[in-house]
Design a protein around this ligand. Sequence first.
Ligand code: NAD
Ligand code: MG
Length: 412
Amino acid sequence: MTVLAVQSETVRLSSPATRPRRISVLGATGSIGENTLDLVGRDPTSFAVVALTGGRNATRLAELAVKHRAELAVVADETCYAELRARLSGTGIEAAAGADALVEAASRPADWVMAAIVGAAGLKPTLAAVRQGTCTALANKECLVSAGPIFMREVARHETALLPVDSEHSAAMQAMAGDAPESIERICLTASGGPFRSWSLADMEEVTPKQALAHPNWSMGPKVTIDSATLMNKALELIEAHHLFSVPAERLSVLIHPQSIVHCLVHYRDGSVLAQMSCPDMRTPIAYSLAWPNRMQAPTARLDLASLGALTFEAPDEDRFPALRLARHVLAAGGSASTVLNAANEVAVQAFLDGRIGFLGIAALVEATLGRSAHISATSPDSVDEVLAIDAEARAIALSQLRTFAQSAQAR
Ligand code: NAD
Ligand code: MG
């Protein structure tokens, strides 16, 4: 196990307190982006907003840019540019659109950037921030799942502070602070188990998108909410932890904890276990990354263990939630298997939301795509463009598997 990038002595610390910290938010209009700006807006003299980006919601992006007096607002979808420009006209805020503009926004000099675009779409902009050496708060776990070795190589090359925002990985970082990596025996990520934790396979077969989008504890964007219901989110997080903390798969585990209070447990070789606890509100891990290496005030509910009464834990059921097994498979396989898993999962989640496959079809489609991708899984890409080419090929295979699924469903 090697030291987490953020604990490196070469880390660039926050800018002097004499001026506001310059920050950018990639994916500003999403759940993590909005939560980040909620914290920033509560302490406006401490922060100067450089760039905000969004996918398609130009109206909300413009509102946020005006409210936080951003220098630049970028919408990913070029067809939304006219609306963004019109809404920002006369404000002095620059408007731009498209993939290159996203990279440009991420490259603008800043002290801190939140990487909160969803999916592999966030890879190039996030890497652009990393390559500037900008302290990067990473919510976009798909970056590490899709391109872990290349991503971490760039983090090391540019001596960038990489701060995990995922609550489990933020918890792990907090529980490991200052300890020698060799003293850590195992890292255990907790999972709520999602809304179908105790459902039978037969009942899970009938799950609708509306049911799957209703997470019991966390309020999140649609993709990560579906990932949480299938436990694919925990599968992605195992891969994320493997790259972030350089921990081999056999020293990573998952525990179901329905209350979502304990976010991670770090087991030490002397038998100690250190855990981090907080109420399930992403503003706590976001605040940790925003104030790091200090702490800031966060307007979150305070933990009251007496009124909670009990915290419970159980082992995950990999028969009903095969995503965890798939994560172990791709970690063992190496190469590009996890790029394929991520791409296939993005296709599968969208297909489920569009009503094209059932809930159990999500993991089945990912597994079928992995089964048909041996020729690309075996390769170890050396550049982001190669990763994105493999990602595109895996999506094409997933889409063709999707058609096969639909034909066999019709035949039944
Ligand atoms: P979200 O769907 O609410 O927001 C995603 C953001 O990315 C939005 O601003 C959207 O406009 C933008 N976007 C979407 N497609 C894009 C594209 N093709 N190009 C550029 N921008 C695009 O998602 P979220 O819940 O905020 O999650 C963001 C990331 O953080 C995900 O990787 C997720 O797994 C991770 N994460 C989220 C939570 C949470 O509580 N929401 C917790 C841990 C990790
Ligand atoms: Mg998480």
